[in-house]
Design a binder for this molecule. Structure first.
Ligand code: GRF
Length: 247
């Protein structure tokens, strides 16, 4: 007799954000569109009651909350439990995640960082400071890193990276904008992959798995390259410099 079919588990995703929430918006759009079958964004929290991210969440119909005491792990865990969250995503959240939450969401807690870690990360490295440091050092390639979160700022195992060129004459603002466009593209793919268990954190502390590539996209062609300085993009970027998946 065939085994009874069980519906695949739908991920319940919570997002923490401190700022304007453009990465949150990319996630809301992805889970309302291409990744709708993977799960739902069930709660958005912020340490700042006036964060633009909370307004975006409310507009999208997601439940929201203010994290009154970000260092209180049990308090934050209670909020996440009430939301029934099983996956926790940091989208521009500036507070350190307490150890109790790191342990409770082991393998299901991820962050996006607007540089190629382990460079230009750590305490105090956030927002424009990152891009200012990149320009000050004269590096020619920066980028985006998505990683699992541990008790230290920007130090968990790396899930994916995507290079972004630093161009002559760049200002902090236009470099940040170029990097942010890549964040919006890469982060939702990684969140969906972790939420669906296509990417997992192994007992060896390393990242295993593959991207859950949408039907119709040939895996060998799924490569990421340098991004042109325009809003328009498609799946066949020129400059095939970084193959991220399968690992
Ligand atoms: C992003 O660059 C993110 O990587 C960083 O903070 C910024 C947040 O931007 N951690 P937004 O709030 O998602 O627009």
């Amino acid at each position: 007799m065939p085994a009874p079919r069980t519906a695949p588990r739908r991920a319940r995703i919570a997002v923490l954000a401190s700022g304007g929430g453009s990465n949150l918006q990319a996630l809301l759009d992805h889970f309302a569109g291409p990744a709708a079958h993977v799960g739902d964004i069930v709660w958005v929290g912020s340490d700042r009651a006036d964060a633009g991210a909370l307004s975006r969440a409310e507009k999208a119909g997601a439940a929201t909350g203010v994290v009154e005491h970000p260092a209180d792990g049990n308090g934050l865990l209670a909020q996440l439990d009430r939301a029934g969250a099983d996956t926790l995503v940091l989208a521009g959240y500036l507070k350190l995640i307490p150890a109790a939450v790191v342990h409770a969401f082991h393998g299901k807690l991820l962050n996006v960082h607007p540089a190629l870690l382990p460079a230009f990360g750590g305490s105090g490295m956030y927002g424009p400071r990152i891009h200012a440091a990149v320009l000050e050092h004269g590096v020619t390639i920066t980028g985006v890193t998505v990683h699992f979160v541990n008790e230290h700022f920007d130090r968990g195992p790396i899930i994916a990276q995507w290079p972004v060129p630093v161009l002559p004459g760049d200002s902090v603002a236009n470099l940040a904008a170029r990097v942010l466009r890549v964040e919006h593209r890469l982060f939702p793919l990684c969140v969906a992959a972790v939420a669906s268990d296509a990417i997992v954190l192994g007992e060896d502390g390393r990242v295993h798995g593959h991207l859950d590539v949408p039907i119709g996209v040939a895996v060998p062609a799924w490569r990421f390259g340098l991004v042109p300085d325009t809003e328009a993009h498609d799946d066949s970027f020129p400059g095939d410099v970084a193959r991220l998946f399968p690992r």
